[in-house]
Design a protein around this ligand. Structure first.
Ligand SMILES: Cc1cc2nc3c(=O)[nH]c(=O)nc-3n(C[C@H](O)[C@H](O)[C@H](O)COP(=O)(O)OP(=O)(O)OC[C@H]3O[C@@H](n4cnc5c(N)ncnc54)[C@H](O)[C@@H]3O)c2cc1C
Length: 386
């Protein structure tokens, strides 16, 4: 490799330095594997999804069971992971117990939240409590007077996404991994049923095993291996607001129709997010700003005098078919794995995905089965050979 950063070989080459690549590299390095993580941009920088994320980490009530279980495992792992990353890297990922309130704007929403959604949380062993209009306004003075109430779920957490994604890569490095930034993977050398080398903008790396953790770009990257994984970009725009002095701050994660508000340790409230299918168009737009401002005023009108601090975007990696992401070995290749397609919940499940995928790659039995996420169900031959 140019720059002498590596000797040009690795037990495992991880393509992509988002939360999926970072968590997988971290857990692999922790088990003694010689890992090389290759990121085309800056770790946590735009337009990747991970650094852009609102980083709500909560129970996935109502999601398919394998995902909901992964989220529960991830939150248990995060309790150890956050202090471990601080110890290894000095980066505080700002894991905070925030609690969630799901706001009710109509009698119908009251009924759905109390009778149905509360039951979904109970199935996951998660406590919830109904807040009537007065209790809600006491708990969240930034919400509108006259809301009908809200379902409070105490166990929800938040992270600070840019720090979390950087800490995962730095933590992997502290455990012996090599992390390359500004280096693009451009192709693969395949011999028989194995990828033997990864081609990059800086030269070739001989690889024992390969992990495609390339986010929204996985559809493109997988085609270089003759596998067409249906993963592509969905643009998410998001903004940060700083409440004016003396104005109420948002205290919990607030969910309502169209999005959420999450408070951050620096006193801002992040409002997100758009879900746009516009290809790899990385712009922040007038539509995005209006959508987010309207959402903020609907969920937390107390923010109307807040200062707009920042608007940004990221490309969520979304599956164009099926509900479940792809995590596991690529069919027909003995030593190549993929982790992609986590859409809007990737940060939430990342610790569990990295932990269990590292176990699978090293021939151990994963703590939670990855079978439901088998990429084999998604890959097909290319429509035409190119
Ligand atoms: C606005 C927004 C808000 C969100 N909020 C939440 C939330 O509250 N909670 C939650 O759980 N999730 C949230 N998400 C979703 C979450 O951010 C994603 O699911 C997750 O970050 C996906 O991680 P990833 O590692 O798969 O992808 P990415 O973070 O996109 O990482 C993939 C990386 O691969 C790199 N790469 C691609 N191709 C190559 C190549 N050829 N060579 C080298 N590198 C390459 C890319 O540059 C990129 O950095 C949000 C997303 C957005 C955009």
């Amino acid at each position: 490799m140019a720059g002498g950063a590596t000797d040009g070989t690795a037990d495992v080459v991880v393509v992509g330095g988002g939360v999926m690549g970072g968590a997988t590299a971290f857990y692999l390095a922790g088990k003694g594997a010689r890992v090389l993580l290759v990121e085309q941009h800056r770790i946590g920088g735009p337009p990747s999804a991970s650094g852009a994320s609102a980083a709500i980490v909560e129970a996935l009530a109502g999601s398919p069971a394998p995902l909901a279980q992964q989220a529960q495992l991830a939150r248990r792992l995060l309790a150890d992971l956050a202090p471990r990353l601080l110890e290894l890297t000095g980066i505080d990922v700002e894991l905070q117990r925030l609690g969630t309130v799901r706001l009710a704007f109509s009698e119908r929403q009251v009924a759905v939240l109390r009778q149905y959604v509360a039951g979904l949380y109970a199935e996951l062993g998660e406590a919830s409590e109904w807040l009537d209009a007065i209790a809600l306004h006491d708990a969240e003075p930034a919400t509108r007077v006259g809301l009908l109430g809200g379902l409070y779920v105490p166990s929800s957490n938040g992270l600070y996404a840019p720090k979390y994604v950087r800490a995962l890569a730095a933590g992997a490095a502290a455990l012996g991994a090599t992390v390359l930034q500004g280096v693009t993977v451009t192709g693969f050398d395949v011999h028989g049923d194995r990828v033997v080398a990864v081609q990059t903008s800086e030269g070739q790396i001989s690889a024992g095993q390969v992990v495609l953790a390339s986010g929204a770009w996985t559809g493109v990257v997988s085609r270089w291996l003759g596998r067409s994984l249906p993963v592509g970009p969905q643009r998410g725009q998001i903004m940060a607001l700083a409440p004016a002095p003396g104005q109420p701050r948002v205290r919990h994660v607030l969910h309502g129709p169209g999005g959420y508000v999450i408070p951050k340790a620096n006193g801002t409230a992040c409002v997100g997010a758009t879900h746009e299918h516009v290809g790899f168009d990385a712009r922040v737009t007038t539509y995005g700003m209006k959508f987010l401002a309207d959402l903020a005023l609907r969920l937390a009108p107390g923010l109307e005098t807040a200062t707009l601090k920042h608007v940004w975007m990221g490309f969520r990696p979304v599956l164009l078919q099926d509900d479940l992401p792809a995590v596991g070995r690529l069919p027909g290749l003995e030593n190549t794995y993929v982790v992609a397609g986590h859409g809007a919940i990737g940060v939430t499940v990342s610790a569990a995905v990295g932990h269990t995928l590292a176990q699978l790659i090293l021939g151990q039995t994963p703590d939670a089965s990855l079978a439901p996420f088998d990429p084999g169900r998604l890959t097909g031959p290319l429509p035409c050979q190119i």
